[in-house]
Design a protein around this ligand. Structure first.
Ligand code: GLV
Ligand code: MN
Ligand code: MN
Length: 411
């Protein structure tokens, strides 16, 4: 297909992977110097593809390709530009690069559609820096609560301050919000981050829904003491209690359903080889395809962790840091994405997303749809994340077909 270049998409993913905190690996968090470098590249690629491009009030890259006349409502495409720590090169980035590639293809032949096309590179989806997630897309959906500005990163820098340091005005983040009437739908291309498409031998699939998620921050207070002198029976070891809580999360979520639970970060304080931990902090992430199943698992887990801590004589405080209900993809967008795959001669496979995506926030603004691309062994949130150039091309070609044939159905 003229205009779609797999080589360009792959080399752009490499170029973004070079914008990293650490050499030889990829970490790029919200409002960091690395994000600034990535933004510069993305804005330049958007302009090269025929779009007007700007940074919005929360730091998202936004490109716009006008339709048959200026000012028409837009089909929004995109994904995120931030990463987890020690990330792969495609989670988020492929979706931004592929969307730009599709606009590039339209522009090359001067095609204008009966609607505008916008591409967004969201600044924060992963939520790595501020214990708050989907900040970029929540701002666009007009759902960023003002208290999020008080969230602090690991170094004690508030989001408010980080925005200022980045050259943005925290008082104006509301300006990133979009009006419902100017948006027709949000569609995202993303790697699957799971093994289903590979097992079926398919390069791409249509997402049905994004599983819901609840995240908690836990803090346990015990008593710090000398590792050599305090007998085991007299200890109030905060880390040992946290470890028992982590095992409770694992046990409760391994019930044979699609419920999953993860303790992804844990910290013991003061953190010395010869000191009994007096404090432990950890995070809990619980997901499921059903909101009720997730909510009852979280309630039971909280009760169980409190019981563990009461038995051990330590105090636990649990704070909900994030919650998103299941985000269903719109049937009409699933239909049109499936038709695009079929037009490419591909079988149409539908599958749910276990991973979270910007669509979870965008669904508050407009209908959402997603196209998944196969990734190697389903590995993601890992530097070993891999895709083939051929699959990237198939995905972008299908996405371009979807865009070209897009017919809006307002909800
Ligand atoms: C984002 O990748 C998430 O699912 O947490
Ligand atoms: Mn991710
Ligand atoms: Mn992602």
């Amino acid at each position: 297909m003229p205009g779609i270049s797999a080589a360009r998409m792959m080399s752009r993913c490499e170029a973004l992977a070079a914008c990293s905190e650490q050499p030889g690996g990829l970490t790029r968090v919200f409002l960091s110097p690395e994000q600034r470098a990535a933004n510069e590249r993305v804005l330049a690629w958007m302009r090269e593809a025929g779009m007007s491009a700007r940074l919005d009030a929360i730091g998202n890259c936004v490109g716009r390709y006008e339709g048959q006349r200026p000012g028409l409502p837009a089909l929004l495409l995109g994904s995120h530009l931030d990463t987890v720590r020690d990330a792969g090169k495609y989670d988020g980035m492929l979706g931004v690069v592929a969307a730009i590639e599709c606009v590039h293809a339209l522009n090359e032949t001067g095609r204008r559609l009966p609607f505008a096309v916008e591409v967004i590179g969201f600044a924060d989806e992963e939520g790595v820096r501020f214990n708050a997630t989907l900040i970029g897309s929540r701002a666009v959906a007009g759902k960023l609560e003002p208290e999020v500005l008080d969230a602090v990163d690991g170094a004690g820098v508030s989001l408010r301050q980080a925005l200022k340091d980045f050259g943005l005005d925290p008082a104006r983040v509301g300006e990133a919000a979009r009006e419902r009437q100017e948006i027709l739908a949000y569609a995202e291309l993303h790697i699957e981050q799971g093994p289903v498409l590979e097992a079926k031998g398919l390069p791409a699939g249509v997402v049905t829904a994004i599983n819901g998620v609840t995240r908690l921050a836990a803090e346990i207070d015990g008593t710090a003491g000398h590792a050599g002198t305090v007998p085991m029976k007299l200890r109030r070891d905060a880390l040992a209690a946290a470890a028992e809580c982590a095992l409770a999360v694992e046990r409760r979520c391994a019930n044979g359903s699609d419920l999953v639970g993860t303790v992804g970060r844990i910290e013991a304080l003061p953190g010395a080889v010869n000191v009994i931990p007096g404090k432990a902090r950890f995070t809990i992430d619980v997901r499921a395809s059903g909101d009720a199943a997730r909510a009852s698992a979280v309630d039971e887990l909280c009760a169980e962790m409190k019981a563990v801590c009461a038995r051990r004589g330590v105090a636990i405080v649990l704070r909900k840091t994030h919650e998103n209900r299941v985000a269903a993809c719109a049937p009409w967008l699933m239909e049109q994405l499936g038709a695009a795959l079929a037009a490419e001669g591909l079988p149409v496979c539908r599958l749910p997303s276990g991973a979270g995506h910007d669509g979870m926030a965008m669904v508050d603004l407009c209908d959402i749809g997603m196209l998944f691309i196969r990734c190697e062994k389903g590995i993601s949130h890992n530097p070993a994340e891999a895709i083939t150039a051929a699959d990237a091309e198939t995905g972008a070609r299908s996405f371009l077909r979807f865009i070209e044939s897009f017919r809006a159905e307002r909800r």
